[in-house]
Design a protein around this ligand. Structure first.
Ligand code: BGC
Length: 842
């Protein structure tokens, strides 16, 4: 352990100031002179990306199931194991900080980053977050819980004010952070871009100091989100320790100047530096530099974990017995839909990693079903928001593409970068690097596409900078002479709209592809060549015919990383690009149809009651394909339960009136009635309740027993629930316990999840699950009476003694009375009910 106080004392003012800002995009500043090494950090929740970016190159990383998938496991042990894996990979990449987990809540189905977050429920989110943090930090890497706080939409994400009342903050949005700190020992917090009740998070001492450090005992470092607003004068005092990334704007050298001219007390700077160094010291990062190792591919045990976790996350919505598929009973299986060969495994934005090669669900299912089953496949629809990238799907480039980046303006001069690409999308990230506006360079990408089909395609070009696309040496898209306007979503929103032309290809006839790219100092460089099938109706017809000829059809539908992404929210509850129509037409052609939903947030499922079986598989990480095959064939249980309510209509979502906000403010108008709390409160029946999910076996819950008929505040109460696997297969069940206050002084949700346990049982096996409740299971946050003084002043003696006595300071409040304890398998299936008394204080 380092002597942090001595280190701080040994630093010059400039060195201390420098430590409060990043050194570059993903490193903190080191001070060699006193032996403080430079520390690197990496995103993020779904894998340790290191300095690699999809499209920009670099080593591949394991891709974990996304946040909502982890939420669906309802299993802290799985979250901890995944945290351990990602922490280890972060360390291997020379990083001592991980920018994860993301613990904002699922407030609305459209929020772009729902996929990163666990749940609509704060307890489930917080228990999973704490476990993930423990896993990460066991590897000498600090976890950075983000984004603190009330960052539940992407709309105007850098400026929006989330206007949230104290009760909703305390009872919902702060809870996952609180548990990650108190139970997970998190050593990092990232403030969010948004404002909270009108003020930047980086300037809220009440949250960053009074709550986080003084009340919760947080001992780590607080950093900004990337390029988030901070203030030189107030942020350090408010509890911010680090501005990321470089070049610094509010902290760093600027703070040194502010201290020198007396605007910022040096003691505030010293305190921030000490907090930062303490956090780094706690994970051993001050001892010596952490050089990157050669990143290893995941071990067999890692792959097994990723596969089990993905299966554990799969939620079986409905099943009339069609699943699992028995190979002996179905000689012909039709697999339909793009996600069967290219399922989305992680949403868009900073959570993405350079991926390892994967086995598709189609291939895994074909293998699992064995030689006796004929598996046919039809693509059916192209579901992307933008065109598919050239080199994938039916226009593959078997040997990939190669690129050369030249220092010169005409494909000459020094080659500054050279490499291979699997698909024709290349990005060069220049953000945050000092450069001249007039910087110019060029890049040439070449490769050969061998079409798998004959037909007409719309070929499209999206770019940052300008480029020309040649097929067999003929110029087909000229983005230099006639560049398309800005407005695309790729390349972090810097891309142009698509420039499109139509081309005809013949199956098996190779096409030489060349892209000439010209960089013009735009801060970001990118080029992407995509394609769409011109005759979409023919694709659909082929899919229907394929389904009609099979004994069972499995239709894969979903969104992808373009629809669910950092940077923008979804706008439509329906599955994109006519996939509902696809399901209906396949179902009409083959009534024995199962649907697999590859989406990470709730989507509309208008056909779900007509389809024999529907399985939700989220963005399940790199082993998603094999995991889906495991679940479809019964090699694994669909172990998941919904971490978020699936509404019948998106308009039923309690936050819908106030999403995504207007005029710079999003009012969390539903207050504490978020998710199932709001559905219960308004007596609206959702399509699928929170906690729902079927299995392939059956369980019976016995009569729960209480350790005591009364609960004394300050103590604990144990509920013992016997559970038996009454079926003939091994399986998993999640025992869920909700607390319902009999009467309440303030408006309260009818019931709230207060304990849960995932149990895996062999056929016939029984176990007794013990669920423990403490004060917080019964408590609400009493915001006190902020207007009490006004009332007292205006009414004075007219107030009765009774009314005055009831005035309270803000705080957690447990009211005496009768509480119901509801035990079961989902918020909509709670057969066991007990009551407990909380006596009046004596
Ligand atoms: C995201 C963070 C992420 C950071 C660094 C930001 O845009 O909001 O979650 O950690 O970028 O990539």
């Amino acid at each position: 352990m380092a002597d942090v106080e001595a280190l701080v004392a040994a630093l010059t003012l400039e060195e201390k100031a420098a430590l409060t800002a990043g050194a570059d995009m993903f490193s903190l500043v080191g001070v060699d002179r006193v032996g403080i090494p430079q520390v690197n950090v990496t995103d993020g929740p779904s894998g340790a990306r290191g300095l690699s970016y999809p499209g920009a190159g670099g080593a591949a990383s394991s891709c974990l199931p996304c946040g909502s998938a982890v939420g669906a496991t309802w299993d802290p042990a799985v979250a901890e194991a995944l945290g351990e894996l990602v922490g280890r990979e972060a360390f291997e990449r020379g990083c001592r900080g991980l920018l994860a987990p993301t613990v904002n809540l699922h407030r609305h189905p459209f929020a772009g980053r729902n996929f990163e977050c666990y749940s609509e429920d704060p307890l489930l989110s917080g228990k999973l977050a704490a476990a993930y943090v423990r896993g990460v930090q066991g590897n000498g890497v600090f976890a950075t819980v983000k984004h603190f706080v009330a960052n539940e939409a992407e709309f105007e994400r850098m400026t929006m004010s989330s206007d949230v009342d104290d009760r909703a903050l305390r009872e919902l949005y702060l809870v996952p952070f609180e548990l990650a700190v108190k139970e997970g020992g998190a050593l990092g917090i990232m403030t969010s871009y948004n404002r909270l009740n009108g003020s930047w998070l980086t300037e809220q001492q009440a949250l960053l100091v009074d709550l986080l450090r003084d009340e919760w005992g947080f001992e780590g470092l607080v950093m900004t989100d990337w390029f988030a607003v901070a203030s030189t004068e107030t942020s350090l005092r408010s509890g911010l320790d680090l501005e990321m990334p470089a070049p610094a704007r509010a902290l760093g050298a600027v703070v040194g100047e502010a201290v020198a001219d007396g605007r910022v007390p040096e003691a505030d700077l010293d305190a921030a530096v000490a907090r930062l160094l303490h956090a780094l010291d706690r994970i051993g990062a001050l001892d010596e530099p952490t050089p990157p190792l050669v990143p290893k591919p995941p071990t067999a045990a890692d792959v097994d974990l990723l596969r089990r976790a993905a299966a554990d996350a799969c939620v079986l919505f409905t099943n009339d017995g069609l699943l699992p598929i028995e190979p002996t009973a179905v000689p012909r299986v039709a697999v339909i839909g793009e996600p069967a060969v290219s399922a989305c495994i992680v949403g868009g934005g900073s959570a993405q990693v350079v991926q390892h090669p994967q086995t598709s669900a189609l291939d895994a299912l074909t293998t699992a079903l064995g030689d006796g089953v004929e598996v046919t496949y039809a693509r059916a629809l192209e579901i992307g928001r933008s065109a598919a990238v050239l080199g994938t799907s039916v226009l593959p480039a078997p040997d990939g593409f190669t690129f050369e980046r030249f220092a010169g303006e005409a494909f000459e001069g020094e080659v500054v970068e050279r490499g291979g690409l699997d698909e024709l999308r290349k990005m060069v990230i220049r953000l945050g690097q000092p450069e001249g506006e007039d910087e110019r360079w060029t890049m040439r990408i070449t490769g050969t596409v061998v079409p798998a089909v004959t037909g007409r395609f719309q070929l499209s070009l999206a770019q940052v900078g300008t480029s020309r696309v040649y097929l067999d040496d003929e110029l087909v898209l000229d983005g230099v002479e006639d560049p398309p306007p800005r407005g695309g979503t790729d390349f972090f929103g810097y891309a142009s709209l698509d420039k499109v032309t139509e081309v005809e290809v013949t199956a098996g006839t190779p096409i030489a592809v060349r892209v000439d790219y010209f960089y013009r100092g735009s801060g970001m460089a990118g080029v992407r060549v995509g394609f769409r099938t011109a005759d979409a109706d023919a694709l659909l017809a082929e899919a229907v015919a394929t389904a009609a000829e099979a004994d069972v059809a499995v239709v894969f539908v979903g969104t992808n990383q373009e629809w669910e992404s950092e940077g923008h929210d979804r706008r439509d509850f329906s599955l994109p690009r006519g996939q509902d129509d696809l399901v209906r037409r396949v179902l009409a052609a083959n009534p024995r149809t199962a649907v697999v939903v590859n989406a990470a947030s709730p989507v509309d499922l208008p056909w779900v009651d007509d389809v024999p079986a529907t399985l939700q598989c989220w963005f399940g990480g790199q082993e998603l394909g094999p995991a889906i095959a495991d679940v479809l064939t019964g090699a694994a249980e669909p172990g998941g339960r919904l971490p978020t309510t699936y509404p019948e209509r998106v308009e039923h979502s309690p936050s819908h009136d106030n999403f995504p906000g207007e005029n710079g403010h999003v009012r969390y108008g539903e207050g504490v009635f978020l998710g199932y709390r709001g559905f219960d409160h308004r007596a609206v029946t959702p399509r699928f309740p929170f906690g729902h999910g079927l299995g392939y076996t059956t369980f019976s819950l016995g009569e729960p027993e209480l350790s005591s008929p009364t609960f004394e505040p300050g103590g604990t109460l144990t509920i013992s629930v016997p559970i038996t696997n009454t079926g003939s297969r091994a399986g998993a069940e999640v025992v869920q316990l909700y607390v319902a206050p009999g009467s309440a002084r303030l408006a309260r949700p009818p019931k709230e999840l207060k304990a849960f346990a995932k149990v895996r049982l062999a056929p016939g096996e029984s176990r007794t699950v013990e669920l423990v409740l403490d004060d917080r299971a019964f408590a609400y946050w009493d915001p006190g009476e902020p207007d009490g003084d006004v009332v007292a002043e205006r009414l004075g003696d007219m107030l009765g003694a009774q009314q005055r006595a009831e005035r309270r300071a803000p705080g957690w409040q447990v009211d005496p009375g009768t509480y119901a304890l509801l035990v079961g398998r989902s918020a909509g299936d709670l057969p066991a009910q007990l009551t407990v008394e909380i006596p009046e204080p004596s």
